[in-house]
Design a protein around this ligand. Structure first.
Ligand SMILES: Cc1cc2nc3c(=O)[nH]c(=O)nc-3n(C[C@H](O)[C@H](O)[C@H](O)COP(=O)(O)OP(=O)(O)OC[C@H]3O[C@@H](n4cnc5c(N)ncnc54)[C@H](O)[C@@H]3O)c2cc1C
Length: 489
């Protein structure tokens, strides 16, 4: 009889874990609390608009390709991927709007315009970042991070030394560039990792490589097409998905999980993989004696930011926008400070605007724009309607200025989303959006362990454990946990 694995949560990590385990012959069921799959990457439709609720940047296409290839499939079997050009637009202080070209020659030209001599330094910067990407993404992120012995192979140890984990991204990039706009450009991808460049190991210039060299892509139909593809693949492999079934408890006897409790009753299983937020699964679903960490431990973790989001349906086109628009028209350092060092609602935030209807007519009615606005903010802040309203107008002022037209009066649909919603919808710790930050002290074996240290057959996956936040890492996390389950069961 195949062993029965119960996976909690149908986010990227839960789906990847479940599908990988089903392929290896386990009998797998996913229980998801929400009415559909995708977790933070869910979708909703309103007034003819289709809104991706979370991720909008498709980076590292090789990670997705590799995932589907494990099952003898290709990304193209599930969705159509297009490369964006320009990759995105940045609105610097000034204000000055600049398109970041997809083609390397044009990008070098842009660097050279901002800082003579910097095109050659960009080449050098990308060469070392390519090495980090190659080693980091192909070797290190697939390691379970359970023991230092994993690094005992001398070649890996040498690679680890050359990966620049001890130098900060902040120091590293200043060896190559001086122009403040170029610095913001090469540092911004690290903001996705949930930490300021000063606290982020220079290893993560691999993200800048992913951005500037590998490109920004988009699955036609929206980011949720990835989720649909992954669900289809999971079902092809025999995974059963059940929605609207929150797990209430992981039942443990004599150091082994015997099953889970839901509102419908007890389900006996052989192995549990928790793909819900780690903190929730550990602190709320396990009885105290089976928790390895405690609230004090969690409280000391550096969480990645939460976000204040607006999903807007606009009844006209906004030609000055691109698909992705980064409003870096305020002080970068100050906003980062207000997220990480002195957590508070930001005084003059940077923000990000996504208009997928610039690429994809299917996500908005004809002649309309689908707009998603995001301000990264500290987790665990008081989240009130008044605050959301204040930021809505602040963002609108800047958007209208950039677009040179009124927008507020063309809003035909509007929904906001912040801390409360993350907690309610995903049992998110402190309302985090992107999990646990990838700081030096929270890398590899220093992350919450993907295997319970007290419950023999309980595993964790997702953006609060290895390898970290983001869609590609969550996808990898699910595959890594599946390998660990197979090794031990
Ligand atoms: C606004 C936003 C923008 C982002 N932008 C990007 C981007 O552009 N590019 C990128 O790569 N990444 C981005 N990310 C990050 C990326 O979306 C996440 O890292 C990734 O989706 C996390 O996947 P996960 O499987 O770890 O967790 P989740 O997606 O949170 O999945 C966990 C699942 O567990 C379920 N669950 C929770 N509790 C229970 C329970 N008790 N019982 C049953 N089920 C439960 C939840 O409902 C959820 O479905 C963004 C995230 C957000 C929020």
């Amino acid at each position: 009889m195949p062993k029965h694995v119960l996976v909690i949560g149908a986010g990227f990590a839960g789906l990847a874990a479940a599908t990988s385990l089903a392929q290896r012959g386990y009998h797998v069921t996913i229980l998801e609390k929400n009415e559909g799959p995708g977790g933070r990457a869910r979708v909703f439709r309103a007034e003819g608009f289709t809104f991706d609720m979370g991720p909008s940047w498709y980076w590292m296409p090789d990670v997705f390709e590799k995932y589907f290839a494990r099952f003898g499939k290709r990304v193209a079997d599930y969705y159509d991927l297009v490369r964006l050009d320009p990759s995105y637009q940045v609105i610097f202080r000034g204000p000055e709007a600049v398109d970041i070209p997809a083609r390397m020659e044009e990008l070098r030209g842009l660097f050279e315009r901002y800082e003579p001599g910097s095109a050659a330094r960009l080449d050098a910067f990308l060469r070392q970042a390519a090495y980090k990407y190659e080693v980091g993404i192909n070797k290190f992120v697939y390691m379970p991070g359970r023991s230092l012995l994993e690094f005992a192979d001398p070649r890996l140890a040498l690679d680890a030394l050359r990966l620049d984990v001890l130098q900060s991204m902040h120091t590293h990039v200043r060896r190559y560039f001086q122009d403040p706009r170029l610095l913001e450009l090469v540092e911004f991808p690290t903001l996705f990792l949930g930490a300021i460049p000063q606290n982020t190991p220079a290893l993560y210039s691999l993200m800048t490589y992913a951005d500037l060299a590998l490109g920004t892509w988009y699955p036609m139909g929206g980011m949720h097409r990835i989720v649909q593809g992954m669900v289809a693949l999971a079902q092809e492999q025999g995974v059963t998905l059940e929605y609207n079934v929150p797990v209430q408890q992981i039942v443990v006897e004599n150091g082994r999980a015997t099953g889970v409790q839901t509102a419908e009753g007890f389900r006996a299983v052989d192995i549990v993989v928790a793909g819900a937020d780690y903190h929730h699964a550990e602190q709320h679903l396990l009885a105290p004696e089976w928790r390895h960490y405690n609230e004090a431990y969690w409280d000391k973790r550096t969480m990645a930011p939460s976000s204040l989001l607006f999903y807007l349906g606009i009844s006209k086109r906004l030609p000055k926008l691109r698909h992705h628009n980064l409003f870096f028209d305020e002080d970068f350092a100050r906003h980062a400070q207000e997220i990480y060092e002195q957590p508070q609602w930001p005084s003059r935030p940077l923000f990000y605007a996504s208009a997928p209807s610039q690429t994809d007519p299917s996500v908005a009615p004809e002649g309309c724009e689908n707009l998603f606005l995001l301000i990264p903010v500290a987790p665990d802040l008081p989240d009130t309607e008044e605050t959301r309203e204040r930021y809505y107008h602040l963002l609108m002022d800047r958007l209208e200025r950039h677009c040179g037209t009124s927008i507020r009066d063309a809003v035909v649909y509007r929904r906001s989303y912040a801390h409360h919603d993350f907690v309610q919808d995903y049992n998110s710790y402190k309302g985090n959006a992107y999990g646990l930050a990838n700081t030096l002290r929270q890398t590899a074996i220093l992350k919450p362990s993907l295997k319970s240290k007290k419950v023999a057959n309980l595993y964790f996956t997702g953006q609060l454990t290895v390898p970290g936040p983001g869609v590609p890492p969550s996808l990898i996390s699910g595959q890594v946990v599946a390998s660990e389950v197979e090794k031990e069961n």
